[in-house]
Design a binder for this molecule. Structure first.
Ligand code: F6R
Length: 605
């Protein structure tokens, strides 16, 4: 989605902002723009370009100097991608420039009003409304002008505002779209994502919804849109600037797939309690007595995080014997769900900013529910909104397509399941068995990734398929669903996931040599049932690629993965299929890190 970067200090601002925009490129965008000023030479200078950040850079004149500026990468919502629709949006008197992430719901109505008052609009965007509202405000201070404007708009926003008459400050505001301040030495940064900040400072302040901030070179202050001061202590982010480099890989997707052994090691670190065969989850704040009062667990997330939640729900049922299920947060929030005080709700999100998940959490809290977060980005909106939670410590995930965060989230769920289980009837012996299984995961991931060459050949073999079927049973079914999503989003090959048990209730009609099936076949109590499904497919001349713990006779090819404990096997079985999706996309020449039509964090409706 759109990205915001801003800076105020002493440095030449344009190159710094362009570098920041490049750090946000992974989020997906179609145009970019920058505006700069300086206290010594007030007045705003602006350049915008459709296309990539490098197209913007090419348009920037030699004398584009300033020490304060804001910049933006836009993902079109209102109006096509074009130079004119790109942000910043400037007022007619060239005094106010605004960059905006989010969607203004009452933009059409405000636009009509402003046009009736004689305002001429240059672009088709909703954001331009904000520019004119700020420019027309008669308030004296810039902060008050922005406050008045944002109080007139409905919808979501993360904004940064520059004003030619106030070249010593940037004013920012947040409602539903992330805004993070970076605190430096006599310089301040702002961005919609810490990816654009960490090479300059690790001291950050994340704004809450309804909060605003004024940044000056040597100072910042935060306050609400009503004008009440708020206190915001900077926190230190752990993520290193190097985590955002490609590190010798050709894509972030490849890099992140290969980071998974280390990432899993991190999510386990310091959490295992061998003495009681359980885990410590410091962020849960859940006493044993309270844990025992939980009657159900309901997991909410979107896309890949939802799939991780499906695996998590099964682990919780198996290990803790608490009824558990997962549902897309995007559905849950619209269906006036019955909210039960004895249910533990768990919101799952890599970014911690996905609007559908955040809205579900807010609705749940409004109804008095207890909500835990399973989140990757520390200090993100969902992490802060949740009552307690578990960070998944996958490190920054840059590729739009989620891989390492999926795996770490499933491990985080295994920890939660073990914790809940050990407060109930899971025996010490089983606790130990699961802990030993968890400890084996990093080594086993490394083993799987060593098979890259074979998986690449398989990807090339199947790359011309028009469609692929993914099947799995019980533990294998969420794995099949995630693998099918991975393939379709990065290779654009149609893929469908089905429970293997449902084959004969319909999808068997599709089987023919041109429709390959990827079958998840763990060595568990359902092995024979899964083998029977393979027979059925083979009898209809379907091609089969199996992911299994041992060679499958009925399959045309088998990717053999190391066996772990039955409950933990789903964590590993999807990993070769991430590589399959990656190499299929590569064989087809796709833009792997930025699949078409997709964005990294979906912070809008
Ligand atoms: C797929 C993918 C998406 C996200 C979904 C939720 O590879 O990345 O399906 O999982 O948009 O995002 P988060 O986890 O940030 O809430």
């Amino acid at each position: 989605m759109c990205g915001i970067v801003g800076y105020i200090g002493k440095r030449d601002v344009a190159p710094l902002l362009l570098e920041g925009l490049q750090r946000l490129e992974y989020r997906g965008y179609d145009s970019a723009g920058v505006v700069v000023t300086s206290p010594k030479a007030p007045g705003l200078k602006m350049v915008k370009a459709k296309g990539r950040v490098r197209d913007l850079e090419a348009k920037i004149p030699a004398r584009f100097k300033g020490t304060t500026g804001i910049a933006h990468t836009r993902w079109a919502t209102h109006g096509a991608p074009s130079d004119v629709n790109a942000h910043p949006h400037m007022s007619a008197d060239n005094k106010v420039a605004v960059v905006h992430n989010g969607i203004i719901d009452n933009a059409a109505e405000l636009r009509r009003k402003l046009e009736a008052e004689g305002v001429e609009f240059l672009s088709e965007t909703d954001t331009e409304v904000l520019t004119h509202l700020i420019a027309r405000s008669t308030a004296e201070k810039l902060e008050d002008k922005v406050r008045q404007a944002v109080r007139m708009i409905e919808g979501t926003y993360g904004i940064a505002v520059l004003h030619a008459d106030f070249p010593d400050r940037i004013v920012v505001a947040r409602n539903g779209s992330p805004v993070v301040l970076g605190i430096g030495e006599k310089e301040m940064f702002v961005a919609s994502d810490i990816a654009a900040l960490v090479m300059h400072t690790r001291q950050i302040v994340t704004l809450d919804d309804g909060e605003m901030a004024t940044l000056k070179a040597d100072d910042f202050r935060t306050y609400t849109t009503e004008g009440t001061r708020t206190t915001s202590e900077p926190t230190t982010v752990e993520w290193e600037a190097e985590s955002y480099d490609m590190g010798g890989h050709d894509t972030y997707m490849h890099k992140e797939i290969f980071e998974q052994a280390d990432a899993v090691d991190r999510v386990l670190r310091g959490r295992i309690d061998d003495r009681f065969s359980t885990v410590h989850l410091g962020g849960l704040n859940l006493g044993a007595r309270e844990a025992r009062q939980i009657r159900r667990v309901k997991i909410l997330g979107c896309g890949t995080s939802y799939h991780a939640g499906l695996i998590g729900a099964q682990m919780i049922e198996e290990l803790a014997r608490i009824p558990a299920d997962a549902e897309p947060a995007s559905e849950f929030r619209y269906r006036n769900a019955v909210v039960d005080p004895d249910t533990l709700y768990v919101a799952v999100s890599q970014s911690g900013e996905t609007y559908d998940v955040l809205a579900a959490v807010q609705e749940l809290k409004r109804k008095g529910a207890r909500v835990f977060g399973v989140v990757n980005v520390v200090g993100s909106a969902i992490a802060r909104e949740a009552d307690a939670g578990i960070y998944v410590h996958a490190g920054p995930e840059v590729c739009v397509v989620s891989t390492k965060c999926f795996t770490n989230t499933t491990v985080a769920f295994a920890l939660l399941a073990l914790h809940l289980g050990r407060t109930r009837d899971l025996s010490v012996r089983d606790g130990k068995r699961i802990i030993e299984g968890l400890r084996r995961l990093p080594g086993q991931i490394t083993e799987i990734l060593k098979q890259e060459e074979q998986i690449k050949e398989l990807a090339e073999l199947y790359a011309d398929a028009r469609s692929m079927l993914f099947i799995g049973r019980v533990r294998g079914y969420p794995v099949a669903r995630e693998a099918s999503l991975k393939l379709k989003e990065v290779s654009y090959i149609h893929a469908e996931a089905y429970p293997a048990s449902e084959l004969k209730h319909g999808p068997l009609a599709l089987i023919e040599p041109a429709l390959p099936t990827v079958a998840i076949v763990p060595d568990d109590d359902l092995l024979e049932k899964n083998r029977a499904a393979l027979e059925e497919i083979k009898a209809r001349e379907g091609k089969i690629l199996a992911v299994a713990h041992q060679h499958q006779e009925k399959a045309d090819q088998t990717i053999v993965v190391p066996k772990n404990e039955d409950e933990l096997d789903p964590i590993l079985m999807g990993i070769p299929l991430q590589l399959l999706a990656y190499h299929t996309a590569k064989a087809l020449g796709r833009d792997i890190d930025k699949p078409r039509n997709l964005a990294k964090s979906v912070t809008v409706e």
